[in-house]
Design a protein around this ligand. Sequence first.
Ligand code: SAM
Ligand code: DTB
Ligand code: SF4
Length: 334
Amino acid sequence: MNKIYNNNSILRHNWSIEEAKAIIDQPLLDLVYQAQTIHRSNFPKNEIQKSKLLSIKTGSCPEDCSYCSQSAHHNVDLKKEPLISLEEVVHAAEDAVKEGATRFCMGAAWRGPTDRNIDQVCEMVEAVNNLGLESCVTLGMLKDGHAEKLASAGLNYYNHNIDTSEEFYNSIITTRNFSDRIDTLGKVRNAGVKVCSGGIIGMGETRYDRSEMLRTLSNLEQHPESVPINMLIRIPGTPLGNVEPLSHIELVRTIALARILMPLSTVRLSAGRAEMSDSTQALCFLAGASSIFLGDVLLTADNPGTDKDSKMLDDFGLKGETKITFKEVIKEVS
Ligand code: SAM
Ligand code: DTB
Ligand code: SF4
């Protein structure tokens, strides 16, 4: 069901692949202009949400995601760590507040959490919320009842990426199916937790796959409120460690398509910034990205670091967000 929202535009859930491809294939400047026009009508201009990430359980993951440093299937030089303590989380979240972050995301290298893990993470969520931060967790596949528990703890967002198109999915991961991801996203949505779902580009997929991934997200019954776009960080020892790098202009195109298909969602310029020039990042912001992760590590991989980012954001005249705004859907149309 399509919807009208309060600047009288249509929020569509019926994009065809031909329409998505026609958008992403436009001349670059037309595409970025269209995306920025939509961005400005829905979000405060020149604002960026600063987010912080923390790995709460690192490595030894039973899944075989070809891009990931934390899979037990790959031979990566990585310090593995069991679930960290509540105190360590609180410490990191307090630092995040001092650095100016307004969102705090915790990631665990699990196929999915156990019931006990959920209780432990719920305590962490409560502590993060108590510091005034928006909370997000990414824990893998959820069982019945898990999302409801996280919702009662006050969790704001659950991150669970579909990562690529359904067609390309099994070339990247064999230990689960695309439909498993969609299933967990449904559980999160039904429990009333906001959905954060996006993907990775630069894994050898085509522009068609990138368009399909975003079309799948935009055709869900409700758009994910948050759409992280990750540029693959090529990790030595993973099957994708030596893949041919993708042009950064393709990243700009992908971000613009996400912004156009899902006009009210926050599009996040996530992994891969350590290898991007400021100019690439400026184009990503122009294309509609309005959030970055601060700090010199993401979960396990490099990120630019707060000093470098502060300088870049100052140079661009980009400020931290003033408030979290959601446009309201005012009526449903077929
Ligand atoms: N285990 C959970 C899961 O897979 O949902 C949560 C953690 S997982 C590391 C979170 C996301 O990080 C993945 O879905 C993927 O999109 C992204 N990611 C992981 N490794 C990456 C890499 N090397 N480069 C870019 N993004 C990556
Ligand atoms: C997302 O889409 N990107 C973030 C967050 N969600 C959890 C994670 C990026 C991880 C990059 C690889 C690493 O640090 O190991
Ligand atoms: Fe495990 Fe998540 Fe890494 Fe896949 S992406 S190996 S599920 S931590």
